[in-house]
Design a protein around this ligand. Structure first.
Ligand SMILES: Nc1nc2c(ncn2[C@@H]2O[C@H](COP(=O)(O)OP(=O)(O)O)[C@@H](O)[C@H]2O)c(=O)[nH]1
Ligand SMILES: [Mg+2]
Ligand SMILES: [Zn+2]
Length: 299
């Protein structure tokens, strides 16, 4: 929900919906207000602020955050906070990159953010095969929504699944994130234009991040950093602990630090051999684990 109901006697709450570099705009029960974070703090889209009258706004501790690990020795960058859903978008055909889907799901689980999958462009040939290929994620407990941003197919139940959630769309470039954004958030186009127009007055337009309200009560984030987010900096342990489908088998390995490769008494490999875990996904796990061992993130 964009604005959680105020609890008891607590002060009003604002949600950061626009990030304009040095300033932010926060949605409150009485409309939007413009605020400037204290010097040493940085607020991101999704942040919740306590707005006590006569006092400086106070950042409420983040429930979770989507962050990009340090690139070229820089600091870790927080892209968005307090997300209800990370929506991993995929598309049929050659563009269906289940390895990348796995990577996003691992990153979401590691960050403590619920994830669901949207298979976009189901109006294209190859949709049936893609739906079959993604069926395994349903078996692992993930919602998979076949949709078409172009024809509108499946959009209604997808929007209902998001409900009042605050979400970010992630996925390979070209899968249709912007198209989905524009279809789900009717305000998106206008808001984006306005913000860019305003921020164009001598400011860096690239630093603008925006959350558009959804008709159902939630919010959808369209931020350059989020759109281009590719999880990196995952440690082998993170991959082993958060890989889709592994959860129910996890406690069964003989060694607590099992990486599910060649260790004896590995419950994950036992499940793969027994057909309880998909072998294609297990191969994807091996690849992701391998890449998490390479020191430099791939960009
Ligand atoms: N056939 C088809 N094309 C789509 C659909 N959604 C998006 N596209 C097209 O895919 C291309 C990339 O879409 P875009 O939204 O820019 O993807 P993004 O890079 O993930 O933001 C554009 O040419 C869109 O028109 C869809 O549901 N069906
Ligand atoms: Mg786009
Ligand atoms: Zn194991």
């Amino acid at each position: 929900m964009l604005l959680p109901p105020p609890s008891g006697s607590s002060a009003p709450i604002g949600r950061v919906v626009v990030h304009l570099g040095a300033r932010v705009r926060a949605l409150t029960a009485n409309g939007e207000v413009e605020l400037i974070p204290p010097k040493k703090e940085s607020w991101v889209v999704g942040d919740l602020l306590r707005l006590e009258p006569g006092r400086p706004p106070k950042l409420i501790e983040r429930v979770n955050m989507l962050s990009r690990s340090a690139v070229h020795g820089g600091k870790q960058q927080i892209l968005a906070a307090n997300l209800d859903w990370l929506i991993v978008v995929a598309a049929p055909g050659d563009a269906l990159k289940t390895g990348l889907v796995d990577r996003f799901l691992v990153a979401a689980s590691h960050a403590g953010i619920h994830a669901m999958i949207a298979l976009n462009k189901i109006d294209l040939p190859g949709a049936g095969e893609a739906i079959n290929e993604l069926a395994v994620y349903r078996a692992y407990g993930y919602q998979v929504h076949p949709i078409s941003a172009n024809t509108g197919e499946g959009i209604e139940s997808f929007a209902a699944a998001i409900g009042q959630g605050v979400c970010a769309l992630v996925g390979h470039s070209g899968v249709g994130k912007s198209s989905i954004f524009n279809r789900l958030a009717p305000e998106a186009n206008r808001a984006t234009r306005e913000i860019h127009h305003e921020s164009g007055r001598g400011r860096h337009t690239t630093s603008v991040s925006l959350m558009a309200p959804l008709p159902g009560g939630g919010g959808l984030i369209d931020a350059p950093g989020v759109r281009q987010f590719v999880p990196s900096g995952l440690e082998p342990r993170d991959v082993a602990d958060h890989f889709p489908g592994f959860g129910p088998h996890m406690g069964g390995c003989k060694f607590r630090d099992c990486l599910h490769l060649t260790e004896t008494g590995c419950a994950i490999r036992r499940a793969v051999d027994a057909g309880a875990l998909d072998s294609a996904r297990y191969q994807s796990y091996q690849r992701l684990l391998e890449s998490s061992r390479e020191s430099a993130p791939k960009w």
